[in-house]
Design a protein around this ligand. Structure first.
Ligand code: KIV
Length: 271
């Protein structure tokens, strides 16, 4: 299947894209309207990231995000998407208690929200759980490197894999995730050389965020890309638009028009 055709993207599409050396484009989205725009722009994978804790719900981390939050936002995104594969992030503690708990929760994303698969953070420690899900037919996207759900344990965010020991550990994690049946893996916050090594060794696609140019694809947080957040912009992100400024200008113009009696005008008025 050709990338950017109108055919629905599946795990097979990603496999074919890697084989054909075509880069996978992935982006987060959290609601119906933006998901529709992102899909129409031709993105291959839409991640309903638990980063919605920060971008949509105003939390400082992803930790407070609940299963109910994720199910609701995933269902909204799915309603806006025709072509891209929609992946839902499994939030904090919804896949750690037992593989059985993880299976029941992951199944809800497919059955109730219509997601095409789920993403779990972690390497060897959760490989058994990934195997349980893939064994039941659930497409799993792995995620290693910076694990935002472990931010409290780590005491913050930092690039992982700079030391030889950490690099070997990450390689072992990547292998374990792939061996457990994940269809692709997110590499977050890794030196580019290590991400390139992992990409060369695995047979599944790697999707990088802050992991350099040699991954099979790239993923970004939509709010960073569109300039919707006014605060900190991470080094790995690039602003392609300045929507926060656009929104403020538009709303200020509306407020001025109302204040000056210019809105509603005749064409906005029923007679
Ligand atoms: O939650 C999220 O947006 C993510 C991406 C940064 C990969 O996990």
């Amino acid at each position: 299947m050709a990338a950017n055709s109108s055919e629905k993207v599946t795990v097979r599409t990603f496999k074919n894209m890697r084989a054909a050396n075509r880069s996978i484009t992935a982006l987060t989205a959290y609601d119906f309207q933006f998901a529709r725009l992102v899909d129409e722009a031709g993105v291959d994978m839409i991640l309903v990231g638990d980063s919605l804790g920060m971008t949509m719900l105003g939390y400082e981390t992803t930790i407070p995000v609940t299963l109910a939050d994720m199910l609701r936002h995933t269902a909204a995104v799915v309603r806006g998407v025709r072509r891209a594969m929609v992946i839902a992030d499994m939030p904090f503690l919804t896949y750690h208690v037992s593989p059985e708990q993880a299976l029941i929760n992951a199944g809800r994303f497919l059955q109730e929200a219509g997601a095409g698969g789920v993403k779990l953070e972690g390497g060897r420690a959760i490989a058994g759980t990934i195997g349980k899900l893939t064994g039941a037919g659930i497409p799993v996207l792995g995620h290693i490197g910076i694990l935002p759900q472990s931010v409290l344990k780590e005491g913050g965010y930092r690039v992982h894999g700079r030391s030889a020991e950490e690099a070997e550990a990450l390689l072992a994690d990547a292998r374990a995730v792939a061996d457990a049946g994940a269809f692709a893996i997110v590499l977050e916050g890794l030196p580019a050389s290590l991400a390139a090594r992992i990409t060369a060794e695995l047979t599944i696609p790697t999707i990088g965020i802050g992991a350099g140019p040699d991954c099979d694809g790239q993923i970004q947080v939509m709010h960073d890309l569109l300039g919707l957040c006014q605060e900190f912009i991470p080094k790995h992100a690039k602003r392609y638009a300045h929507l926060a400024d656009t929104v403020k200008e538009a709303v200020s113009a509306y407020r001025r028009d109302v204040t000056d009696g210019l809105f509603p005008a005749e064409e906005n008025t029923f007679i």
